[in-house]
Design a protein around this ligand. Structure first.
Ligand code: PLP
Length: 360
């Protein structure tokens, strides 16, 4: 079996151990005589899976007791509408920080539902940095303030949690969820699509502070209503059963590694190896302001477009796949989520070094 090193931004690599475990239980899950894909979501055996996944999520990510963890469908993009629908109940005003394409999409979607203000944007420098914001930048009247914490396409991450005073902070954490510890108590809501770090596509995790439930607009579709979903324990309708099951296996894998601190240290080291190489390279470079660099998505360019194309092609032939940058920015991007082993990054750097020598 030849597995490649897959640097896809999402869906992305899953830990091999998790795939093997799922494979072993694929046809007959733990003596139930059924696959997890086939069983009723209301069965006792599945109830243990979803409740187990939720409890593990809370433990691994240190989610405070006064937050609900919802396992939903529709991807992070559905939450671009769910956030304003659930939260714009008081003043109808919200503050948005636009640090990339997904933040921009969320900002545009929210405009359908209220008075949405642009607090800051880093578009002036092609989203290569995170603006510095203080409490004074935010409207104390806003129903919420919104950020995208890790910008998957541009390879930036907030190096700090913005202080919004009493205004609940909402963050899209799709591409950094359970990659390192996060102080969730500083947020009103965090959410993300699971297909980057947590599970296969199909699962969207929403973590919401309980006091923010129940204020949704009257015309909120029931499927987008967090209160309804929380009351139904993520089973208002059929949940994404299989993805939740894999999420549970991934969380168990993290605990076997030694927990989130250990994983985070490994993630930081992986990123450091790549950034150190990029900073010393004569051919490749990273465009992001140093303090704002993502440890999950590392963007880089070679000296010319021709060399970028050549690199992506030769890398793929050598077993390093999905290194092409997002279609809107070009260049390259290595997404090095939780499941990318340190050896994968070391091997990539060795390959880049050789490419550099050959093309100097
Ligand atoms: C991938 C991604 C999205 C879009 O996720 P979908 O689940 O495909 O809707 C949104 N925000 C961020 C930060 C992402 O990385």
């Amino acid at each position: 079996m030849a597995r490649v090193y897959n640097f896809s931004a999402g869906p992305s690599m899953l830990p091999l151990e998790v795939l093997q475990e799922a494979q072993a239980d694929l046809i007959d899950y733990k003596g139930s005589g059924q696959s997890v894909m086939e069983m009723s979501h209301r069965s006792k055996v599945y109830n243990e899976i979803i409740k187990g996944a939720e409890a593990l999520f809370r433990r691994v990510y240190n989610v405070p007791e006064n937050y609900k963890i919802l396992f939903l469908q529709g991807g992070a993009s559905t939450q671009f509408a769910a956030v304003p629908l659930n939260l714009l109940g008081k003043t109808g005003k919200a503050d948005y920080v636009v640090t990339g394409q997904f933040a921009s999409k969320a900002y545009q979607e929210a405009q359908k539902y209220g008075e949405i203000r642009l607090v800051a944007s880093s578009k002036d420098k092609t989203f290569s940095y995170i603006p510095e914001l203080t409490r004074a930048d935010f409207d104390p009247e806003a129903d919420y303030a919104y950020v995208c914490f890790n910008n998957t396409i541009f390879g930036t991450k907030f190096p700090y949690i913005p202080d919004t005073g009493d205004v609940p902070l909402v963050a899209d954490i799709s591409s950094c969820m359970i990659s390192e510890p996060l102080d969730i108590s500083k947020f009103g809501v965090v959410y993300g699509g699971a297909q980057k770090n947590v599970a296969p596509a199909g699962l969207t995790v929403v973590i919401v502070r309980e006091d923010l439930l129940g204020g949704a607009r009257a015309d909120t579709p029931v499927m987008l209503n967090w209160k309804e979903q929380a009351d139904g324990e993520s089973m208002y309708n059929t949940p994404p059963c299989w993805s939740i099951y894999i999420c549970k296996l991934v969380l168990e894998w993290i605990e076997r590694l030694g927990g989130l601190e250990v994983l985070a240290e490994q993630n930081r080291k992986k990123a450091q190896v790549l950034y150190d190489f990029l900073d010393s390279s004569k051919l490749f470079s990273n465009p992001v302001r140093k303090e704002d660099r993502s440890i999950m998505n590392v963007t880089f360019v070679a000296a010319t477009d021709e060399l970028n194309d050549k690199f992506v092609k030769e890398a793929a032939a050598a077993g390093f796949v999905n290194l092409k940058g997002h279609r809107s920015v070009g260049g390259m991007r290595a997404s090095i989520y939780n499941a990318m082993p340190p050896e994968g990054v070391d091997a990539l750097v060795a390959f880049m070094r050789d490419f550099e020598s050959a093309n100097a």
